[in-house]
Design a protein around this ligand. Sequence first.
Ligand code: GDP
Length: 195
Amino acid sequence: KPSPAPDDWSSESSDSEASWEAFYRVVLLGDPGVGKTSLASLFAGKQEKDLHEQLEEGVYERTLTVDGEDTTLLVVDTWEAEKLDKSWSRESCLQQGCAYIIVYSIADRGSFESASELRIQLRRTHQADHVPIILVGNKADLARCREVSVEEGRACAVVFDCKFIETSAALQHNVAELFEGVVRQLRLRRQDCVA
Ligand code: GDP
């Protein structure tokens, strides 16, 4: 199966009949070390080779069946400087998502504060459209090192008008639920973003 180039997915072919079947680009944002790559790898299902393919460094494709319907997500994990290249600048990360997953670590208050800043940056780049945003408190297994309570995470999501979930990539807790939630959010706004 040929891998589409980034330019192909961003073409504005909204009049194409098949366009609503196309994939949705989901961009992971967050401080270094919060677990973005771990979440992306679990999404990709590293062991199940036939279920995913890595199109390019840091971009994972997988088709999920949610509520009896298939949806293909392209998960983009290129926010860290070393993975950025010509096709994925930070600016394009902020502009080209159909949905965003903003990750912080519940054991790192600084990363929670960064998540708020990222939300504000996204508000600037997506003023008119209502892109789904999911705030993720990862490393929920690190209970004894917790610096951000569940209540704070939830309250932040209310203020920022986004969904909220705590996950543990280490324990594979709530990771499938996270990506299924992304699919459901995208379906609610299907017309707004056709990749
Ligand atoms: P990224 O820089 O945001 O992509 O973060 P990584 O996915 O590379 O993870 C950074 C470190 O945190 C690695 O050592 C991971 O094994 C660890 N890590 C990721 N998720 C979790 C988690 O849910 N719990 C714990 N305890 N460690 C995690």
